[in-house]
Design a binder for this molecule. Structure first.
Ligand SMILES: [Zn+2]
Length: 77
């Protein structure tokens, strides 16, 4: 299972290791969310297997990203 980069995965090309579906991270269907670890799983929209997960960043990481990547699109609204 892959740990996606929270900031970039939505616009990244993802390939499902099971059915070879190819699409963008934002097209994946949301799986389980683990509140204690801030981890959210993402599943393949075609075969529903889990292809990866993201960990939601802390405030400091958000600030750091915005500073280092001004105006860069992440597709998180
Ligand atoms: Zn698949």
């Amino acid at each position: 299972m892959t740990c996606f980069n929270f900031f970039t995965f939505k616009l990244k090309t993802i390939t499902c290791p099971n059915c070879n579906w190819i699409g963008q991270g934002k097209e994946l269907s949301k799986g389980e969310f683990f509140e204690d670890s801030y981890i959210s799983e993402f599943n393949c929209p075609k075969c529903s297997i889990e292809v990866g997960f993201i960990q939601f960043p802390m405030k400091e990481q958000m600030d750091k990203w915005e500073k280092e990547n001004p105006g860069k699109k992440t597709d998180w609204e």
